[in-house]
Write a protein that binds this ligand. Sequence first.
Ligand SMILES: OC[C@H]1O[C@H](O[C@H]2O[C@H](CO)[C@@H](O)[C@H](O)[C@H]2O)[C@H](O)[C@@H](O)[C@@H]1O
Length: 615
Amino acid sequence: MAAQQDLPGRIEDYALLSDLRSAALVGLDGSVDWLCLPRFDSPSCFGRLLGDDGAGRWLLAPTAPVTSVRRRYRDTTLVLETEFETQDGVVRVVDAMPPHADGGMDEPKLVRTVEGVSGEVEMRLRWVVRFAYGDSTPWVRRVRVGEQDHILAVAGPHAVVLRGDRLPYRVHHERAHEAVFTVAEGQRLAWTMEFTTTPDDPNPAVDPYAEIARTERFWHEWQARISYEGPHQEALRRSLATLKALTYAPTGGIVAAPTTSLPEALGGERNWDYRYCWLRDATLTLLAFDSFGCTQEALAWRSWLLRAVAGDPADLQIMYAIDGERHLLEWEVGWLPGYHGAKPVRVGNAAFDQLQLDVYGEVMDALHLARERGVTESAESWALQRGLLRHLELIWEQPDRGLWEVRGPDRHFTHSRVMIWVAFDRAVRAVEEDGLPGPVDRWRELRDAVHAEVLAKGWNDEVGAFTQYYGGTDLDAATLLIPAVGFLPGNDPRVQATVTAIERQLKHGDLVDRYTTTAGESSVDGLSGHEGSFLACSFWFVDALALCGRRQDAEAMFERLVALANDVGLLAEEYDHDARRFTGNFPQAFSHLALVNSAAILYGDQAGRHEASRR
Ligand SMILES: OC[C@H]1O[C@H](O[C@H]2O[C@H](CO)[C@@H](O)[C@H](O)[C@H]2O)[C@H](O)[C@@H](O)[C@@H]1O
């Protein structure tokens, strides 16, 4: 029994399912180890990822030792097939979360089927439901409706219904349910587990096979909208599908990742909850969508933004909940041991009320590019941007926490200052190029002032590079974005020198650290320990190489980075180059959107446009 109680797999062992409201992670061992219902940011009902069997899981796997596992998504969809080979034969487990139907009353559900491929294989289904991040053991009972039984697990506000061909029974002396059965070649069995707010009267049963077919159709139709025929099709389509999967369909908000507290350093304390919508990550995601023809997502996100930011621009936050909720109070889940012991497990995110001035630039840039691609500005959306700029005029000189959301002191981070320039630059261009009304002379003056300031204070002659913050000597991979946003061209000697310095100091093979983590008083981020290399920064390095004229190097590095994805094309936030393992939350939008944006620079319709048109 020990094998069932053990720890979760490596981060790269997981595949993602999503119904555009929440997501599940399925391990190579056939165990669903992460699921929060009914939303991405709800408490988990399967939380083994951050603990063990006792935090909840749903295992569906052979009882005998597995000699090999093969896994793939069906084509470009999010229907997952895992084939287990044992000495007795081969079985295929198919997993899906049927997508939320627009305006539908359907509740989130997980569908699992098993098909006998050859021989006869004994399978174990082990179902351990723990609500409230593992803290709440439900009352589980078998209910008969007409000719059919289902199992209901209820605890306070949480309830799920399990239906299927082999319902599990309570395991003596364990708070778990199990079924053991055999599957012969050609035979198939199915289960659905559905969230319900009305446990005494749940939604009627659905046909699991029809739901899987619907899921497949949905993703095929979605992929048909992507206009791209260039290299690395598969990686690009998987990344775009992953970004779509992280979108909360009812509002258009996009989560940074579906997990909390997967550690940035194995065993460390750098563990954060990413199940929220960061303006930075979401706007960059929007750019990624937009580069490949997904305009609907751009509009949905703009509506989300208008709702979330509504009211006083002075109240702008850097992140919100997926429904626009503002207070993301951070707390520690003391009873969960954390991923392989990495404590604490955090829920909420204290960064929500930080000042991060780069966000103004990212929002203005995303809306500028949406305009360039034909999305017309509504009266409200331009009024919102003018309001943001009015507020930025008042606060732009302040120090902030920067895009890395440091928990150390506020500083004048060079990247933040560059993005302030972007905000005013895009405002000026809205007037000059799109004829929108606004105080263009004042915006021009501010744009030029911040440009001069960055060149005077962000550049350090002794270091021979743009530094992380004014007066400092450390480097920051975020300055790689200087040519991509058009602040300086890629052939500017200061840009080229910064790329060379970062290559020397922050790059290990193809992996680039965000900055140098140091412990103690001098630590810029206020945290202890080190972290893995940041995958998005590694892709930014590719972009900088391309924009500096080193295209061949850029393409070769891009290819190697793409190969770091796991067997089903997914990327975590970071990569530990010594352990050769993913670290940080998973799968992470930032990494996937950076991959997509690199592909857009290297191979997209927009290739080469950055330097010419974004200045
Ligand atoms: O490293 C410290 C910070 O880490 C998280 O922030 C990171 O993730 C965000 C979401 O992807 C991203 O927008 C940000 O740039 C990253 O630094 C965490 O959410 C913060 O609370 C934490 O201070």
